[in-house]
Design a protein. Structure first.
Ligand code: ATP
Ligand code: MG
Length: 645
């Protein structure tokens, strides 16, 4: 792994919310005196009635987690109403459409009115507090309106990424028992229109339980409307009032259900509640992104993922920020689009995923250099380990060595960012998520269940709860307990492996399910993949283990080449040697397959469990493939697989 150290620039240290001394002080308070810390930090939120106790949580027994007990509040009120007095006319959301030139700026007052109107629509459709509402919308303002309206009236939203298949949508509707579905005629992704209503119709036929389907007219495509069930968004909203009192919610009332990405298996319907979630997302959004009033903030995730929930909508709007919602994709009309948007809207804070960084890096520096990016002050990543090579490219080419990078480790289940640099406080090491956020107590556990001290590598767990931790898996508390709290009793088990270095920095080594055991040496996927990506010919790599007579397991590497490079026997040998020299003989790939693309989840994460099946020739049982972005990729992989078992 990279040993480079990027120290905090002087102006950052002076002007950020937190320098290192302050980070240390706040962190210590947050773990030594959580009551004092969280009582103070919870004041960033407006409470209708104060909480009586900071927390009451146990990771043992039935696993019961409660924060800010007896507090009454409303998340939509905190994201909208309380901003009206001072920033009613300030932009809340900048909508940037799929086509350049299509944009809309929505002020806090306008957003408030739209949310109230739609809250009344939901009520008139019979939606009550605690009911689940399924939302299957593209990245258009109505998506933000719909989720905030649910929050306003106490309904629980379950957002399904608008690229998912009818089957995937039907499963999520059924699992969360939704009787209302909100969708659009079509979504736009680059040159393609996606038939959302068509997919929704198929899903509703399968799921059966949907009584009302509210449809946004987005592209104007002609779509069938089923009498008695399907209604137009604009027809319903036209007659409703722009006032709707917010429901007084208990801290522990559910806010939303969201299904995990499905990288490791069947997605879990993670349930988040109200008080702890909004305190934590607001606090992390401020400190991790060093958000100050007036900053233009852009997170490129889709709201269908937790990143979009916490850091496009809830965290930023609770803080009164200007947040950008982008409907399109990074390469439409061309590979400069993201940077053009940064220039157009004078973006200060930019947050994306390693998969996007690698894809843009593959196109070379020109599309980036064609733009200014002078407004950008801070860069961020989330979703996978970022290979140091990609980090350095992001840092040098995109950020022109001026912008710190916050590599944020967290999960759907954690609700908010857990391990991350704070840009004014933390010296950076490419590929490391660095240090825990306030209130987060990570630990490393070995195979025998012992907690490691000092530097070392093991299973990443959390010793105590934090406000935004999920409370259960919807309808399946037993799965919640068995997935996260059984492996290392008394701790939250993340399912990821990590290494802690001499400076106490955390490096995510990969998923525990993906660890490869070569001749008794346990190897994380991240290090080997990063080594491959460090070779100029490689743009992306994924490694898995397969059974080997002598070594127990050997390494099968899948490699995607940068533009300008062709597969060859020579290059294959060169890459194996490169890893061997970089990490050691133990990490040398036994087999190396070139491929045009890797199988990824819809959120862009590499699905190693599929690659493992291909490597091991277990082709008739690929597991849950419903969250796969492009099934055709798997066929190509199988066609070109190298038999080594
Ligand atoms: P499933 O739980 O269904 O298998 P998933 O884990 O991919 O899917 P998410 O909750 O979207 O679903 O992803 C969280 C995971 O993403 C983490 O457990 C980790 O493996 C990875 N991850 C997220 N951010 C980072 C990061 N900064 N560095 C390394 N890994 C990260
Ligand atoms: Mg997971």
């Amino acid at each position: 792994m990279s040993n480079d150290l990027f120290t905090v620039p002087e102006d950052w240290r002076k002007n950020a919310w937190c320098d290192d001394a302050r980070y240390q002080k706040m962190y210590e308070e947050s773990v030594n005196d959580p009551d004092a810390f969280w009582t103070r930090e919870a004041q960033r939120i407006d409470w209708f009635e104060p909480f009586s106790k900071v927390k009451n949580s146990s990771f043992n027994g039935d696993v019961d987690i409660k924060w800010f007990l007896d507090g009454k509040l409303n998340v939509a009120y905190n994201c909208l109403d309380r901003h009206l007095e001072n920033r009613g006319d300030q932009t809340a959301i900048i909508f940037e459409g799929n086509e350049p030139g299509v944009e809309e700026k929505i002020t806090y007052r306008q957003l408030y009115e739209r949310v109230c109107r739609f809250s009344n629509v939901l009520k008139s459709c019979g939606v009550k507090k605690g009911d689940r509402v399924s939302i299957y919308l593209p990245m258009i303002p109505q998506l933000a309106v719909a989720m905030l309206a649910c929050a306003r009236i106490g309904a629980i939203h379950s957002i399904v990424f608008a690229g998912f298949s009818p089957d995937a949508l039907a499963n999520r509707i059924t699992d969360a028992e939704c009787t209302i579905l909100i969708t659009a005629d079509e979504g736009l992704r680059g040159p393609k229109a996606i038939g959302l209503k068509e997919a929704a119709d198929e899903a509703m036929d399968k799921a059966g339980m949907v009584k009302k389907c509210i449809v946004v007219k987005h592209t104007g495509a002609d779509v069938p409307m089923k009498a008695g069930r399907d209604v137009w968004w604009h027809d319903l909203t036209a007659k409703e009032s722009t006032e709707c009192p917010p429901e007084h919610m208990d801290s522990e009332d559910p806010l939303f259900i969201l299904y995990t990405s499905g990288s490791t298996g069947t997605p879990k319907g993670v349930l988040h509640t109200t008080g702890g979630y909004i305190v934590y997302t607001s606090l992390t959004h401020q400190y991790v992104f060093d958000y100050h009033d007036g900053d233009i903030y852009w997170c490129t995730a889709d709201i269908g993922w937790v990143t979009g929930h916490s850091y496009i909508i809830y965290g930023p709007l609770a803080n009164g920020a200007v947040t950008i919602m982008f409907e399109g994709i990074p390469n439409y009309p061309d590979f400069s689009r993201f940077w053009q948007i940064c220039d157009k809207h004078q973006v200060n804070i930019f947050y994306t995923a390693p998969t996007v960084v690698r894809a843009l890096m593959q196109q070379g520096d020109e599309p980036v250099k064609a733009t200014s990016r002078k407004s950008v002050r801070l860069l961020g990543t989330v979703g996978e380990p970022i290979n140091p090579e990609a980090w350095l490219w992001y840092y040098r080419v995109v950020g022109e060595e001026r912008c710190p990078i916050v590599d944020t480790w967290w999960q759907t289940e954690t609700g908010g960012i857990m391990i991350t640099p704070l840009p004014g406080a933390t010296d950076l090491k490419p590929g490391s998520a660095t240090r825990p956020f306030f209130g987060i107590q990570p630990a490393l556990i070995d195979k025998e269940g012992n907690q490691l001290d000092g530097p070392g590598e093991g299973y990443l767990v959390m010793l105590d709860s934090w406000p935004a931790l999920a409370r259960t898996v919807y309808g399946d508390h037993r799965r919640f307990k068995s997935t996260y709290f059984i492996q290392c009793p008394g701790t939250y088990f993340s399912g990821d492996g990590a290494r802690r270095d001499e400076d106490g920095y955390y490096w995510i080594t990969g998923r525990i399910d993906d660890v490869i055991n070569v001749s008794g040496h346990r190897l994380g996927t991240a290090e080997i993949e990063s080594s491959l990506v460090a070779h100029p010919a490689v743009s992306e790599a994924a490694v898995v283990g397969f059974p080997h007579d002598i070594k127990g397991q050997a390494i099968y590497a899948y490699v995607t080449l940068s533009s300008g490079f062709e597969p060859s026997e020579e290059l294959r040998k060169e890459l194996s040697l490169f890893v061997r020299k970089d990490i050691g003989p133990i990490a040398t790939p036994e087999v190396l397959q070139f491929t045009d693309s890797l199988p990824k989840t819809r959120s862009g994460k590499i699905m190693r469990r599929i690659l493992r099946k291909v490597a091991c020739n277990e082709l008739d049982n690929l597991g849950d493939t419903s969250t796969l972005a492009d099934p055709a990729v798997v066929e190509a992989l199988i066609k070109n697989r190298i038999d080594a078992c």
